[in-house]
Write a protein that binds this ligand. Structure first.
Ligand code: GAR
Length: 199
């Protein structure tokens, strides 16, 4: 059984797609071993609990208040995760940049999902920014991608899979968002499968 840690800061719809794929056999031999959130209100934690998956809550605020660094936070995150002995760390809407203090423990074994094509709209609000660019006539499509996370770069790294998502003239932002999320849910499951094949 290959063991995944899923790190999420928010809703967790991609986490849900991964859990469902693991439970239905669409992701054979894969189990979500632990879900980590940096925000207590992250709905991803509820989703995990509903499926009996262990959760870790690891907030940054106590570190900031104590004048401790991002590297301290990341080293402790790696230490908390260690007992779960995961094969792959899957970032699913995890909105913190991970430093080498974490990444060195999982070299070549961290995946990130980004709701845009490689090299476009890095960081937050990628869908909204693509939508606005389309309204200005600059683009007629965007996309989604999954990439490995070798270092502290924001939404960059060797691409595992990517998919173009069209933007139609009659789209509202909500329509584009739901088309992108639908693409993400399928793409992330595929990317996990592809990545585990080469381990
Ligand atoms: C997803 O759209 C993911 O691509 C994005 O956060 C969302 C999380 O949704 N990630 C980034 O923007 C990373 N830069 P979810 O919580 O429903 O899975």
């Amino acid at each position: 059984m290959r063991r995944l840690a899923v790190l999420a800061s928010g809703n967790g719809s991609n986490l849900q797609a991964i859990i469902d794929a693991a439970e239905s056999g669409a992701l054979p031999g894969v189990r979500v071993a632990v879900v980590v959130a940096d925000r207590r209100e992250a709905y991803a934690l509820e989703r995990a609990k509903k499926h009996g998956i262990p959760t870790l809550y690891h907030p940054f605020l106590p570190y900031r208040k104590a004048g401790r660094s991002r590297a301290d936070y990341d080293a402790d995150l790696a230490a908390k995760l260690a007992p779960y002995e995961v094969d792959l760390v899957v970032l699913a809407g995890w909105m913190r940049i991970l430093s080498m203090a974490f990444l060195q423990h999982y070299s070549g074994r961290v995946l990130n999902l980004h709701p845009a094509l490689p090299g476009t709209f890095p960081g937050t609000h990628a869908i909204e920014r693509a939508y606005e660019a389309s309204r200005r006539g600059e683009i007629a499509h965007t996309g989604v991608m999954v990439h490995r996370v070798p270092d502290e770069g924001v939404d960059v790294g060797p691409v595992v899979v990517q998919q173009v998502v069209p933007i139609y003239p009659e789209d509202t932002l909500e329509m584009l968002e739901s088309r992108i999320h639908e693409a993400e849910h399928a793409l992330y499951v595929r990317a996990i499968q592809e990545t585990l094949k080469v381990f």
